[in-house]
Design a protein around this ligand. Structure first.
Ligand SMILES: [Fe+2]
Ligand SMILES: [Fe+2]
Length: 191
Protein backbone atom coordinates (compact mmCIF):
# COMPACT_ATOMS: atom_id res chain seq x y z
CA UNK A 1 0.00 0.00 0.00
CA UNK A 2 2.70 2.43 1.07
CA UNK A 3 4.77 1.49 -1.99
CA UNK A 4 2.04 2.63 -4.32
CA UNK A 5 1.70 5.97 -2.55
CA UNK A 6 5.44 6.43 -3.01
CA UNK A 7 5.01 5.51 -6.67
CA UNK A 8 2.46 8.25 -7.08
CA UNK A 9 4.93 10.75 -5.61
CA UNK A 10 7.46 9.65 -8.23
CA UNK A 11 4.89 9.94 -11.00
CA UNK A 12 3.89 13.43 -9.87
CA UNK A 13 7.51 14.56 -10.04
CA UNK A 14 8.05 13.03 -13.44
CA UNK A 15 9.01 15.77 -15.87
CA UNK A 16 9.49 13.65 -18.94
CA UNK A 17 5.79 13.75 -19.83
CA UNK A 18 5.64 9.96 -20.05
CA UNK A 19 2.98 9.74 -17.38
CA UNK A 20 -0.41 10.95 -18.50
CA UNK A 21 -3.08 12.56 -16.36
CA UNK A 22 -5.36 9.58 -16.57
CA UNK A 23 -2.82 7.37 -14.86
CA UNK A 24 -1.95 10.05 -12.29
CA UNK A 25 -5.61 10.62 -11.39
CA UNK A 26 -6.11 6.87 -10.97
CA UNK A 27 -3.30 6.94 -8.45
CA UNK A 28 -4.98 9.80 -6.55
CA UNK A 29 -8.18 7.84 -6.43
CA UNK A 30 -6.23 4.87 -5.11
CA UNK A 31 -4.59 6.89 -2.35
CA UNK A 32 -7.87 8.50 -1.30
CA UNK A 33 -9.92 5.33 -1.20
CA UNK A 34 -7.18 3.29 0.37
CA UNK A 35 -8.60 -0.23 0.23
CA UNK A 36 -7.51 -3.55 -1.19
CA UNK A 37 -9.85 -3.66 -4.18
CA UNK A 38 -8.49 -0.32 -5.42
CA UNK A 39 -4.94 -1.50 -4.86
CA UNK A 40 -5.51 -4.41 -7.22
CA UNK A 41 -6.75 -2.00 -9.89
CA UNK A 42 -3.26 -0.61 -10.09
CA UNK A 43 -1.98 -3.80 -11.68
CA UNK A 44 -4.49 -3.36 -14.51
CA UNK A 45 -3.47 0.18 -15.38
CA UNK A 46 -1.95 0.17 -18.83
CA UNK A 47 1.62 1.34 -18.27
CA UNK A 48 4.10 0.46 -21.00
CA UNK A 49 7.30 -1.44 -20.23
CA UNK A 50 9.39 1.67 -20.91
CA UNK A 51 7.42 3.76 -18.45
CA UNK A 52 7.68 1.04 -15.82
CA UNK A 53 11.44 0.90 -16.33
CA UNK A 54 11.58 4.68 -16.08
CA UNK A 55 10.31 4.88 -12.54
CA UNK A 56 11.41 1.50 -11.26
CA UNK A 57 15.12 2.00 -11.67
CA UNK A 58 16.98 3.81 -8.98
CA UNK A 59 20.65 4.60 -9.10
CA UNK A 60 23.32 5.35 -6.55
CA UNK A 61 24.03 9.08 -6.37
CA UNK A 62 26.64 11.21 -4.65
CA UNK A 63 24.34 12.17 -1.78
CA UNK A 64 24.65 8.57 -0.62
CA UNK A 65 28.43 8.72 -0.43
CA UNK A 66 29.94 7.51 2.85
CA UNK A 67 33.34 9.01 2.05
CA UNK A 68 34.87 5.51 2.02
CA UNK A 69 35.60 4.48 -1.57
CA UNK A 70 35.36 0.74 -1.10
CA UNK A 71 31.98 0.96 0.63
CA UNK A 72 30.65 3.37 -2.01
CA UNK A 73 31.77 1.08 -4.84
CA UNK A 74 29.98 -1.83 -3.20
CA UNK A 75 26.84 0.29 -2.76
CA UNK A 76 26.90 1.23 -6.45
CA UNK A 77 27.14 -2.45 -7.35
CA UNK A 78 24.25 -3.19 -5.00
CA UNK A 79 22.01 -0.68 -6.81
CA UNK A 80 23.06 -2.13 -10.16
CA UNK A 81 22.15 -5.66 -9.09
CA UNK A 82 18.79 -4.56 -7.68
CA UNK A 83 18.02 -2.84 -10.99
CA UNK A 84 19.04 -6.02 -12.83
CA UNK A 85 16.54 -8.01 -10.75
CA UNK A 86 13.73 -5.47 -11.22
CA UNK A 87 14.41 -5.32 -14.95
CA UNK A 88 14.49 -9.12 -15.29
CA UNK A 89 11.02 -9.27 -13.72
CA UNK A 90 9.69 -6.34 -15.69
CA UNK A 91 10.95 -7.82 -18.96
CA UNK A 92 9.19 -11.07 -18.02
CA UNK A 93 12.39 -13.11 -18.18
CA UNK A 94 12.16 -16.79 -17.26
CA UNK A 95 11.96 -17.79 -13.61
CA UNK A 96 15.48 -19.25 -13.87
CA UNK A 97 16.90 -15.95 -15.10
CA UNK A 98 15.03 -13.99 -12.42
CA UNK A 99 16.32 -16.33 -9.68
CA UNK A 100 19.84 -15.97 -11.13
CA UNK A 101 19.55 -12.18 -10.87
CA UNK A 102 18.37 -12.56 -7.27
CA UNK A 103 21.25 -14.94 -6.46
CA UNK A 104 23.80 -12.40 -7.77
CA UNK A 105 22.17 -9.71 -5.63
CA UNK A 106 22.14 -11.95 -2.53
CA UNK A 107 25.78 -12.93 -3.03
CA UNK A 108 26.95 -9.35 -3.34
CA UNK A 109 24.72 -8.09 -0.50
CA UNK A 110 26.02 -10.75 1.93
CA UNK A 111 29.62 -10.07 0.92
CA UNK A 112 29.10 -6.34 1.43
CA UNK A 113 27.33 -6.75 4.78
CA UNK A 114 30.00 -9.15 6.08
CA UNK A 115 32.75 -6.77 5.04
CA UNK A 116 31.07 -3.75 6.62
CA UNK A 117 30.49 -5.63 9.86
CA UNK A 118 34.11 -6.89 9.93
CA UNK A 119 35.37 -3.30 9.55
CA UNK A 120 33.11 -2.22 12.43
CA UNK A 121 34.44 -4.98 14.70
CA UNK A 122 38.05 -4.22 13.79
CA UNK A 123 37.50 -0.58 14.70
CA UNK A 124 35.35 -1.18 17.83
CA UNK A 125 32.54 0.78 16.23
CA UNK A 126 30.05 1.83 18.96
CA UNK A 127 27.03 1.61 16.64
CA UNK A 128 27.69 -2.01 15.66
CA UNK A 129 24.59 -3.62 17.27
CA UNK A 130 22.06 -1.24 15.67
CA UNK A 131 23.85 -1.37 12.35
CA UNK A 132 23.89 -5.16 12.37
CA UNK A 133 20.18 -5.23 13.25
CA UNK A 134 19.43 -3.14 10.15
CA UNK A 135 21.53 -5.49 8.01
CA UNK A 136 19.48 -8.40 9.35
CA UNK A 137 16.31 -6.61 8.17
CA UNK A 138 17.76 -6.39 4.68
CA UNK A 139 18.71 -10.07 4.68
CA UNK A 140 15.15 -10.88 5.75
CA UNK A 141 13.81 -8.75 2.90
CA UNK A 142 15.95 -10.76 0.44
CA UNK A 143 14.74 -14.05 1.98
CA UNK A 144 11.12 -12.89 1.56
CA UNK A 145 11.75 -12.07 -2.11
CA UNK A 146 13.30 -15.51 -2.67
CA UNK A 147 10.47 -17.38 -0.99
CA UNK A 148 7.93 -15.39 -3.02
CA UNK A 149 9.73 -16.03 -6.31
CA UNK A 150 10.16 -19.72 -5.59
CA UNK A 151 6.48 -20.26 -4.87
CA UNK A 152 4.48 -17.66 -6.81
CA UNK A 153 4.21 -15.90 -10.14
CA UNK A 154 5.58 -12.38 -10.54
CA UNK A 155 2.94 -9.65 -10.82
CA UNK A 156 3.25 -5.94 -11.52
CA UNK A 157 2.06 -5.26 -8.01
CA UNK A 158 4.77 -7.49 -6.55
CA UNK A 159 7.48 -5.75 -8.60
CA UNK A 160 6.26 -2.33 -7.43
CA UNK A 161 6.15 -3.35 -3.78
CA UNK A 162 9.49 -5.11 -3.93
CA UNK A 163 11.40 -2.34 -5.64
CA UNK A 164 9.93 0.34 -3.39
CA UNK A 165 10.78 -1.61 -0.23
CA UNK A 166 14.30 -2.55 -1.24
CA UNK A 167 15.34 0.86 -2.59
CA UNK A 168 13.76 2.62 0.39
CA UNK A 169 15.76 0.43 2.77
CA UNK A 170 19.01 0.98 0.82
CA UNK A 171 18.66 4.74 0.62
CA UNK A 172 17.68 5.16 4.26
CA UNK A 173 20.39 2.82 5.52
CA UNK A 174 23.10 4.39 3.36
CA UNK A 175 22.02 7.94 4.19
CA UNK A 176 22.07 7.28 7.94
CA UNK A 177 23.81 4.16 9.25
CA UNK A 178 26.45 3.82 6.51
CA UNK A 179 27.22 7.53 6.40
CA UNK A 180 27.67 7.55 10.21
CA UNK A 181 30.02 4.61 9.83
CA UNK A 182 31.96 6.39 7.08
CA UNK A 183 32.33 9.48 9.23
CA UNK A 184 33.55 7.37 12.15
CA UNK A 185 36.12 5.57 10.00
CA UNK A 186 37.41 8.80 8.46
CA UNK A 187 37.73 10.42 11.90
CA UNK A 188 39.49 7.33 13.33
CA UNK A 189 42.03 7.43 10.50
CA UNK A 190 42.71 11.10 11.15
CA UNK A 191 43.40 10.56 14.87
FE1 LIG B 1 25.49 -0.97 6.42
FE1 LIG C 1 26.39 -0.61 3.25
Amino acid sequence: MRGCIDMYEILKKDESGLINNKIASSMVKFVQEDNDSVIMDISRINISGDVLMHFMNSNWDAVLSTGVDNIDRQHQELFKLINNLVNAMNEEKSKIEIIEALSSLEEHAIHHINEEEAIQKQNNYPGFDIHQMQHEEFKECLRDIRSFLETREVSTLFIIHMQQKIFKWCREHMLNADRDLGEFLINSRRN
